[in-house]
Design a protein around this ligand. Structure first.
Ligand code: NAD
Ligand code: MG
Length: 398
């Protein structure tokens, strides 16, 4: 069978949950002959063994580790594989700049901003799993995409679902994202106060990286996703909703001005969104378990509990404030989640640290303008991290 489409792909964050799912999709399309896919570059933070294993099947031309101390170990592990190896921030940028026409942005956190922007500035099609880069630098990324003729394709499942049913965008009234409610949906505040990282990481429907799993437990993930949606779909905060839908069969709903509502449904498997972005504007067959509605029996929807999950209102506050506020929110959250995963603070401290940082930011002389340069975004990110670090220490000492 002749290949239906050809892609030259780079995967930023290849060893993570999304990165590995992307690798599985590519393998399947290669084996089935649906696509001819070359791999230009793979990146990881510090997982040398993970990259070495992926390199055996994917055969990339270049691999990069953000941790520069990994260079020697990586060169040894990949010796004879015919792969160029780099490490450090410049190598990560090089990976993004190399000549791939399709780039998966799947590094976790604001660390993805620079490499993702580098791929956009080259005019590549960029599949956006990483949401923090859009939350912090969405306007900059969209402007860069318009200048370079790059295409941004949402991979976050709700946004990918909304994108699939959006059509030409005419007459859209509002977009509703769904969320499972996370592992603590029915928990009391007392139980949540004592929650461990292991409990927070036990997502009901998805197996994901540590940071997004904790964000799913606080519902900050949904807060970040609302900001992500407002950027991707150019909708104000009053036109974006969230409903809790524990079965997660419906990923997003688009409401139109004539009363119609279109829903995207699918299995809870990120490969569905990944293959959609990879084959777009075409579609490619994928052997994932199909959604069986009679097996599910019922689909339920409820309002999120804003009191038990204060991260939601914090994210909304940052979205409404705009400017640098979402970057502050995200930076504080990244620091707080890392501290929680290291057992330095409790689960409820995460939202309280984010709130303290937002309060401090709003009390200071802040600009409501959107950050106009990458340097501005990175300076806000650094300040948010500094303040969140101070808040974390205060809570550890208490
Ligand atoms: P993960 O933790 O499993 O993987 C993260 C990847 O980034 C790894 O390859 C890691 O080596 C690399 N990395 C970590 N820190 C880095 C740094 N400082 N510099 C460079 N590389 C670094 O994360 P994930 O669950 O795959 O999520 C990746 C992104 O996709 C996140 O932004 C997340 O919000 C988003 N996302 C994930 C899912 C999911 O199902 N996992 C769903 C929707 C969106
Ligand atoms: Mg999502």
């Amino acid at each position: 069978m002749s290949a239906r489409f050809h892609r030259r792909v780079s995967i930023l964050g290849a060893t993570g949950s999304i990165g590995r799912s992307t690798a599985r999709v590519i393998e399947e399309l290669r084996v089935s002959g649906e696509a001819e896919i070359e791999i230009e570059a793979l990146t990881a933070g510090r997982d040398v063994a993970g990259i070495a294993e992926l390199a055996r099947t994917l055969k990339p031309r270049f691999v990069a580790f953000s941790d520069e101390t990994k260079l020697g170990e990586a060169r040894a592990a990949l010796a004879g594989a015919g792969v160029l190896v780099g490490a450090g921030a410049a190598a990560l940028q090089e990976a993004a700049q190399r000549d791939a026409d399709w780039v998966m942005s799947a590094i976790v956190g604001a660390a993805a901003i620079r490499p993702t922007l580098a791929a956009i500035e080259r005019g590549a099609t960029v599949a956006l799993a990483n949401k923090e880069s859009l939350v912090c630098a969405g306007q900059i990324m969209k402007a860069a995409a318009a200048r370079a003729g790059a295409r941004l394709l949402p991979v976050d499942s709700e946004h990918n679902g909304a994108f699939q049913v959006l059509g030409d965008g005419r007459g859209v009234e509002r977009i509703t994202l769904t969320g499972s409610g996370g592992p603590f949906r029915g928990w009391t505040p007392q139980a949540m106060a004592a929650a461990t990282p292991e409990q927070a990481r036990r997502h009901p429907n998805f197996s994901m990286g540590a940071k997004i799993s904790v964000d799913s437990a606080t519902l900050m993930n949904k807060g970040l996703e609302l900001i992500e949606a407002s950027c991707l779909f150019d909708l104000g905060p009053d036109r974006l909703d969230l409903v809790i839908h524990p079965q997660q069969a419906v990923h997003a709903l688009v409401s139109y001005c004539d009363g119609s509502m279109l829903a995207h449904l699918g299995p809870t498997d990120m490969r569905v969104a990944i293959v959609h972005a990879l084959a777009w504007p075409d579609r490619a067959p994928l052997a994932v378990k199909r959604l069986d509605l009679t097996d599910l029996g019922q689909l339920t929807f409820e309002m999120p509990d804003r009191e038990r999950f204060p991260a939601l209102d914090l994210a909304r506050r940052a979205m409404v404030a705009g400017g640098a506020a979402p970057t502050m929110l995200n930076a504080a959250n990244e620091i707080a989640v890392a501290a929680f995963l290291e057992r330095r603070i409790g689960f409820l401290d995460i939202a309280s640290i984010v709130e303290a940082v937002l309060n401090r930011f709003e009390a200071g002389s802040r600009s409501a303008n959107s950050p106009s340069s990458l340097d501005e975004v990175l300076a806000t990110d650094a300040l948010g991290r500094l303040w969140a670090g101070q808040e974390t220490q205060r809570r550890q000492a208490a």
